[in-house]
Design a protein around this ligand. Structure first.
Ligand SMILES: *Cc1c(COP(=O)(O)O)cnc(C)c1O
Length: 361
């Protein structure tokens, strides 16, 4: 434990220590079966117990209604960019996308391979420093769904509430799933790559309303149909067992903390600690418009690129790692997902105050 640093990486990201130690034990000898977690059959009752419990916990923590399926898929969040339109827009149907960052833009490009995609809002010109209010765009009546990225990992913006337009929502929640309560019934589909807020890379969670499973054309390859995986409980082929197991442990951990409402309180405190520094002076400048601020990724700049480089180096030397901003925006970014402690954020805040005093602009 003592060798571990404060890891602000955007993803893969820090995991609860307790999850890591339990996983380490089970990798060698899974549930006292005498077989390691990576060596045991996915058809064994031991592994079936893990995937069932992961689904049960996720349903309970998110309040997922009965008429939704929970899938554990491979291919990363990025594969959902094409699976969604492939399964839902056959025959060139229309859908509406909000362009609020790199991950939205990539999803738009993939969706255009399958459907008629409208993009009535983009913050690209302002370097994605905000997300829209719903009066800033309109949605065509014949649009199948409204797609949005709930939290823009790279730019540090987040929808504070979801648009209430009557249109079915589809959302990429890769970087904020389970960080706050969400009314799942307003969504046709929610997905999240696990490696930010749920576990390790290698599994993507998809929550999809059952009636949407039949929209997919027969010509779709078997592995790319949601229905295939829904019908087989994510066991049509070998699932990413190790990644699913870690998700199960993370869900247990979150449940033990008191669930989504409890973690939301802590997340609010963590984010407020860092944004307060930005609001109290002009040394640290937040990238996001205050109304669009993310509770998960705090992107900021210092007065000069030289000071930013020194800040990142000095921070790393003191055990604050992973603070370099994404290459498309530069500057600094502190990713403070569920598993990142309030204590770690408080320590970073103290370091930021010290650094500003010792390195005037
Ligand atoms: C990281 C990220 C992705 C990409 O995830 P992969 O699993 O690497 O494909 C997509 N969307 C968002 C919001 C992300 O943060």
């Amino acid at each position: 434990m003592s060798q571990r640093v404060s890891n602000f990486s955007a993803g893969p990201a820090t995991l609860p220590y307790d999850v890591l130690t339990k996983t380490a034990e089970d990798i060698v000898n899974f549930k006292e079966s005498g077989i390691g977690l990576m060596e045991i059959s996915h058809r064994s009752s031991e592994f079936q117990g893990v995937i069932d419990e992961a689904e049960r916990l996720l349903r309970e923590l998110m309040g997922i209604p009965e008429n939704y399926k929970v899938l554990f898929l491979q291919g990363g969040a990025s594969s959902q960019f094409f699976m969604i339109p492939m399964n839902m827009l056959s025959g060139g149907k229309k859908a509406t996308y909000l362009n609020t960052g790199t991950w939205a833009k990539k999803a738009i490009a993939e969706a255009r391979l399958f459907g008629d995609i409208e993009v009535p809002y983009s913050s690209e010109k302002e370097n994605y420093n905000r997300v829209p209010d719903q009066h800033e765009y309109t949605i065509a009546d014949d649009s199948e769904y409204l797609y949005l990225v709930s939290n823009n990992t790279i730019f540090g913006t987040q929808f504070q509430q979801f648009p209430d337009t009557g249109k079915m929502l589809i959302s990429d929640m890769s970087s904020d799933i389970l960080s706050r309560p969400v009314d799942v019934s307003r969504f046709g589909l929610i997905f999240a790559g696990a490696q930010k807020n749920l576990g390790p890379a290698g599994v993507t969670v998809v929550i999809v309303r059952e009636d949407l499973l039949s929209r997919c054309p027969d010509t779709t390859p078997t592995m790319l149909k949601y229905r295939t995986h829904a019908d087989k409980g994510s066991m049509f082929n070998t699932p990413p067992c190790l990644a699913i197991y870690v998700v199960y442990r993370v869900l247990q951990w979150l449940n033990g903390l008191g669930g989504v409402e409890a973690i939301q309180k802590i997340n609010r405190q963590k984010a407020a600690t860092l944004y307060e520094i930005m609001d109290s002076g002009d040394y640290y400048r937040g990238h996001a418009d205050p109304q669009s601020r993310s509770q998960m990724n705090v992107a900021f700049n210092l007065p000069t690129p030289e000071l930013e480089a020194k800040f990142i180096a000095d921070a790393a030397a003191q055990g604050f790692k992973g603070l370099k901003g994404h290459r498309s925006i530069g500057g600094c970014r502190a990713s403070i997902y569920n598993a990142f402690s309030l204590e770690g954020v408080t320590e970073l805040a103290a370091f930021m105050e010290r650094f500003a005093n010792e390195n005037p602009a």
